[in-house]
Structure formats: structure tokens, C-alpha cells
Design a protein around this ligand. Structure first.
Ligand code: FAD
Length: 403
């Protein structure tokens, strides 16, 4: 069945998350009056994902408390949602999207907003029952009852999702072991001094952190019951969370013929190489002049601001998107706020005293401020966003090895 009503004008968005919601709002806000259809494989309206590993996991409110906007908001703006059904195929020549239930939706403009999924590790036993990941409401609905039954939790990965979950589990007095292959926690998002602060905080609260440790297999008879480590030891657990990072949901775009490299390649307003086809949010990899390389960001700031940029381009007023990214993580009573990207720094300076739990770390390259991590220092974070934007504007940060 082909739905063709006003297809000449229709914007179809694949993925019904943070970026999709913002795109639909910005299109309507900018006066776009044509049909907007949003296809989402989860059975929920667009919702905030950050609480999933924080308050939502701890306090279990109903799923709709996470909704970015209630249902009437969308119907009043005539945004149509097709939920609980995945887009299975995209025909860029015929300009149709085929859904898992066989429906075919015609579009004039197509936007990929498919987000990311948990990175799978090719380990023996990885598919055993008792293995969980944490990226969606459905994951929490499966994980939470298992956690309630569990005394010992093993977490594979010491990134922000693994550590936030560890903090919630310790507040419930469960035994937690975090196994991290790298030599420190939070390696992808922050530098050694901040990682050390969170490492110490978790250990003081009773988390057993094993660094530099590879998992060789998941062990269990019919159900995951232990992580078998490369050094021959094992971590016994009643529930195991896989929190080893994310990968872009770009298979559909790749199969349709778009250029993808762990992310759908776009220009600096979200356009792919095909006319009227865009990609936004976690699934998009875009060129940044500010950082002199392509970036694929996994944060709310990027989902919102890139969606706004793509909407402006669709509405005929493209403006270059080149953000100072920002991000946060809540662990126990500590809020880590990150502004900018630290990984190219050649100097770091700590401001304040980590022992007080209120401090920040400034990262510079060639004397210019490129990133600031602030712990329980919201003002320092807000100031940092402005200062970094000023000091890294234009084409001032070319970098070797730019992709
Ligand atoms: P998503 O919000 O992930 O939405 C993509 C949607 O597309 C999903 O519903 C997906 O199922 C759907 N989809 C994929 N393929 C298809 C298909 N073929 N057909 C139909 N639908 C499809 N960011 C922060 O800034 N701060 C935080 O503290 C923070 N905490 C986080 C905690 C967790 C547990 C997680 C998972 C993420 C967190 N993030 C945080 C990241 C943030 O939530 C994401 O960056 C943001 O949600 C990205 O928005 P998006 O629209 O690109 O993707």
C-alpha cells in the first residue's frame, strides 16, 4: 500500500527521538505547512534519554513523564507519528520509505534521525539471557526487574552510562563491579584528573572497579552469571549490563546508498550527498571547522542544534552548524558538565580543589581554551561555553589527521 497524499511536499523523518522532535518543532515554528511524518520503532513519542541511567532508573516514574511534549502538542501541530514500526528500506530514486509492516511512505524531503545503539562485543555468551543494555525505555523496563532481584551487578564498561548506573545501584546498596578495558574510566569523554576524581568517588562508595581488564567471555548455564576475564578470573553477577559505548544506526542509510563512516556523512547544515536527504543527531557525522575534522556527537545539545540547522536549511535559510558541544553526567551528588572537546589539548589546569567536590579543569591548545570540565560548578560551565566559542571560532583549530 502506498500512502501518497500530498507526498509532493511531505517531510519524512526516520527515528522519533530528540533530534526528530526538534526538527518537527523548528519546521512548524519556521512556517512549514506541509505534511510531516515521523517514523519511530519504539512505541513512544519522542522522549528524553538522559534520565534513563539516572532518575528514571532510580525512581521508576511512568514512561510518559519523559516525553519531550505531550500527544496534544503534536496533534495541534499536525505532526503525524508512526510508532512501534521500523523503517526497513529507503528508495532514494523512487523517494519512498518502506516500513516493517509493508507500508510505503512517499517523501519529498527525508531526514535520518536514527540515533545510536549499544555497541555489541563479539564475545562468547553475549546473547545469553541476563545480559542487558541501557539505551531506551524498553531496555529499562527489562533491566529494572532483573536489578530488583539482583544482589551483585557487573557492568561491562566504565563510561558515563556504566558509571551512572553504578551510582544508582550503590544507592540501592547492591554490590557493583565495573570492568573497563582502558587504563581509566571515562576515557572517551574526559582527561585523567577528572577520571581520577570519579574513579576515587566510586571506589569510596564501594564500587569494585577493574581497570585495564578485558572480558574474554560471558559465562552461564542458560543465563549469564559471570564475566570471564582475560586474566583467568571471573566476576560473578546476578545481572550484567553491557555499557561499552554506542554505534551509529546507519545501516539503513548505507543500504540506500548514502556515504557512511560510523555515521551518515553530511555537510555543515545536515545535508547528505543526495538532494533533499538530511541526517541529524547521534547518527550524523558532520564537518567542523572549529575542530578541523568530522565529528559525530552523542549529546542532547547536538541533537537539538543540528536539528535546528537542518530545519533552517529545509526552510531555505541554511546556516553553518559548528558548535561548541556540551554534555553532562550525574553520579551520586556530583554533576559533571563538559564544554568543548578536550582530546587535542596540550595543557590542562585545575581550578579549585578536587577534594571539596567543586572544581573545574581547563584544557588549552596553543594557549587557546578548547574545553572545560566542571564538577558541581554550573557557573564555570556556562562561562566556559562562551569563552571556548570565542577562542575557537573560525578556522583556527586545524588538526593533523583530519578525516
Ligand atoms: P535518539 O534520541 O536515540 O532517537 C533515535 C530514535 O530512532 C530511536 O528511538 C531509535 O530506536 C529510532 N530508530 C533507529 N532506527 C530506526 C528505524 N530504522 N526506523 C524507525 N526508528 C528508528 N546526552 C546528554 O547530553 N547528557 C546526558 O546526560 C545523556 N545521558 C544519556 C543516557 C543514556 C542512557 C543514553 C542512551 C543517552 C544519553 N545521552 C545524554 C545522549 C542523548 O540522549 C542523545 O545524544 C540523544 O538522544 C540523541 O538524539 P537523536 O534524536 O539523535 O537519537
Amino acid at each position: 500500500m502506498t500512502i501518497n497524499t500530498a507526498a509532493g511536499e511531505r517531510v519524512v523523518v526516520i527515528g522519533a527521538g530528540q533530534a526528530a522532535a526538534q526538527l518537527a518543532m523548528s519546521l512548524r515554528g519556521g512556517g512549514f505547512a506541509g505534511p510531516i511524518a515521523v517514523i519511530g520503532d519504539e512505541p513512544f513519542l519522542p522522549y528524553q534519554r538522559p534520565p534513563l541511567s539516572k532518575k528514571f532508573l532510580a525512581e521508576r516514574p511512568p514512561p510518559d513523564s519523559l516525553y519531550l511534549r505531550p500527544a496534544p502538542f503534536w496533534s495541534e501541530r499536525n505532526v503525524e507519528f508512526m510508532l512501534g514500526v521500523a523503517a526497513r528500506k529507503v528508495d532514494l530514486r523512487g523517494r519512498t520509505v518502506t516500513l516493517a509492516d509493508g507500508r510505503e511512505i512517499a517523501f519529498r524531503i527525508l531526514v535520518f534521525a536514527t540515533g545510536t545503539c549499544a555497541r555489541r562485543l563479539p564475545l562468547p555468551g553475549i546473547d545469553l539471557p541476563g545480559m542487558f543494555s541501557l539505551r531506551a525505555i524498553g531496555d529499562v523496563q527489562r533491566l529494572r526487574p532483573a536489578l530488583d532481584e539482583a544482589r551483585r551487578i557487573a557492568i561491562l564498561g566504565g563510561g558515563y552510562i556504566g558509571l551512572e548506573t553504578a551510582a544508582v545501584m550503590r544507592s540501592e546498596k547492591r554490590d557493583v563491579t565495573v570492568v573497563e578495558a582502558e587504563d581509566r574510566v571515562l576515557k572517551r569523554v574526559t582527561a585523567p584528573s577528572v577520571a581520577k576524581f570519579f574513579d576515587r568517588t566510586h571506589r569510596e562508595r564501594g564500587v569494585d572497579i577493574r581497570l585495564g581488564m578485558r572480558v574474554a567471555a560471558i559465562a552461564g548455564e542458560g543465563r549469564a552469571s559471570a564475566l570471564r576475564l582475560a586474566d583467568g578470573t571471573a566476576v560473578e553477577a546476578d545481572a550484567i549490563l553491557l555499557a561499552a559505548g554506542a554505534k551509529a544506526n546507519d545501516e539503513l542509510a548505507l543500504a540506500a546508498g548514502l556515504d557512511c563512516r560510523d555515521g551518515i556523512l553530511t555537510d555543515d547544515v545536515g545535508r547528505t550527498g543526495i538532494e533533499n536527504v538530511y541526517a541529524i543527531g547521534d547518527c550524523a557525522r558532520f564537518p567542523s571547522r572549529r575542530y578541523g575534522r568530522r565529528l559525530r556527537l552523542e549529546c542532547v545539545q547536538n541533537a537539538i542544534d543540528q536539528a535546528k540547522a537542518a530545519a533552517a536549511a529545509i526552510l531555505g535559510s541554511p546556516e553553518r552548524y559548528d558548535p561548541v558541544p556540551w554534555f553532562w553526567s550525574d553520579q551520586y551528588e556530583f554533576k559533571l558538565q563538559i564544554a568543548g572537546l578536550f582530546d587535542d589539548h596540550d595543557a590542562a589546569a585545575e581550578m579549585g580543589d578536587a577534594a571539596t567536590g567543586h572544581f573545574s579543569v581547563e584544557y588549552r591548545r596553543d594557549g587557546r581554551l578548547i574545553a572545560v570540565d566542571a564538577i558541581n560548578e554550573p557557573r564555570a560551565h556556562m562561562l566556559a561555553r562562551r569563552r571556548i566559542a570565542e577562542e575557537t571560532s573560525g578556522d583556527r583549530l586545524p588538526r593533523q589527521g583530519a578525516a
